[in-house]
Design a protein around this ligand. Structure first.
Ligand code: KG4
Ligand code: ZN
Length: 330
């Protein structure tokens, strides 16, 4: 079964072709980072307009790269939520309409299920059951996955998502957008041990997260400093280390609590090198997607959709993006 995946939930237009026998055939992505950079964050209306411009040429380029035609597709998978409503509408409308025109099934994919399954695109694939740490710009979740499609949320962020905390902190420090890579880069010049930031919610039981206090702590520390470039680097490092340590502690707890030995990391913050290094020290089998599949991409949507299409799932010819869509509803 040959599946076209379309992702347009935020600021990346991305498409991919996944074949259930041959695996991932091709994937292409256009990032809107430059478009939003001057505003210091994603401007939803600009995002949706740009998706309209980019998705169709991306699909054409993708088919050309794989030497395939639209008529050879067996199904289409598109991100239906969660995300920005206007941006979701673009992928949803194009995906659903193409499927209708071609007379093939289409399936609505949950963006976070896409992220969660991205490590399955790697060889060897992670073994089930596993615990997934989903750390993106909008979500921080610890999920127990016994079967694909069966997701039990063990813990989540009570306020800011980990990626959001990176983005807001970077903005405060004047490091620009997107904040995660900017903080990681600046932290390379930071001196270790100069500051000790709190590891939020680690001194009480449970695997929920909270990052907004850490963000405020960072701001106060920055305001009290002399605000030199070196201070900025030291504070970026202290912030990153605090987030990484917190995530490590909660992953350790989730593994212990479920007696599971497999940990899967997914979502944009999963691209953070310090996080990858720290989690690799855990006494568990830890799997990450390749860097380009940590952040938003079409491959994860094509893959997640192919599993659902192969089981005979498909959507009615209705367009129903869901800007809010709890993964537990799947
Ligand atoms: O998964 P993703 O591409 O989009 C969402 O679904 O939200 O994640 C984007 C988030 C942003 O907050 C970005 O700052 C963060 O992932 N991110 C990083 C890194 N690369 C991206 N955070 C920390 N370190 C990185 N290297
Ligand atoms: Zn994402």
């Amino acid at each position: 079964m040959l599946v076209l995946g379309i992702e347009s939930s935020c600021d990346e237009s991305a498409v991919a072709l996944y074949d259930t026998k041959k695996g991932l055939l091709a994937h292409q992505l256009y990032s809107q980072v430059e478009l939003h950079a001057e505003y210091g964050g994603v401007v939803p209306e600009l995002a949706s307009r740009d998706h309209i411009r980019k998705i169709t040429p991306l699909i054409q380029g993708l088919l050309k790269e794989a030497d395939l035609t639209l008529q050879q597709l067996d199904g289409i998978a598109y991100t239906a939520g969660p995300g920005l409503i206007g941006a979701l509408m673009v992928g949803t409308c194009i995906g659903r309409s193409l499927a209708l025109g071609l007379g093939i099934p289409a399936v609505a994919v949950h963006h976070m299920e896409g992220h969660l399954l991205a490590p399955m695109l790697e060889t060897p694939q992670p073994q089930l059951p596993f615990i997934a740490l989903l750390v993106s710009g909008g979500h921080t979740l610890l999920v127990e996955v016994k079967q694909i499609g069966e997701y039990k949320i063990l813990g989540e962020s009570l306020d800011d998502a980990a990626g959001e905390a990176f983005d807001k902190t970077a903005k405060m420090l004047g490091l620009g957008y997107p904040g995660g890579p900017a903080i990681a880069e600046k932290a390379k010049q930071g001196r270790e041990g100069l500051y000790r930031f709190p590891r939020p919610m680690t001194n009480r039981p449970g695997v929920d997260f909270s990052f907004s206090g850490l963000k405020t702590f960072t701001l106060t520390t920055w305001q009290k400093s002399e605000q030199t470039e070196q201070d900025k680097a030291d504070i970026a490092l202290a912030f990153q280390t605090a987030v990484v340590d917190t995530l490590l502690i909660k992953c350790k707890r989730a593994l212990k609590q479920t007696q599971c030995h497999n940990l899967v990391i997914a979502g944009g913050v999963g691209a953070n090198t310090a996080l990858r290094e720290k989690l690799n020290t855990l006494d568990a089998t830890v799997s990450f997607p390749r860097l380009e599949f940590c952040t938003d991409n079409g491959a994860m949507i094509a893959y997640a959709g192919s599993l659902r299409l192969a089981k005979g799932e498909h959507e009615e010819a209705r367009i129903t993006p869901k800007p809010r869509w709890p993964i537990a509803d799947l």
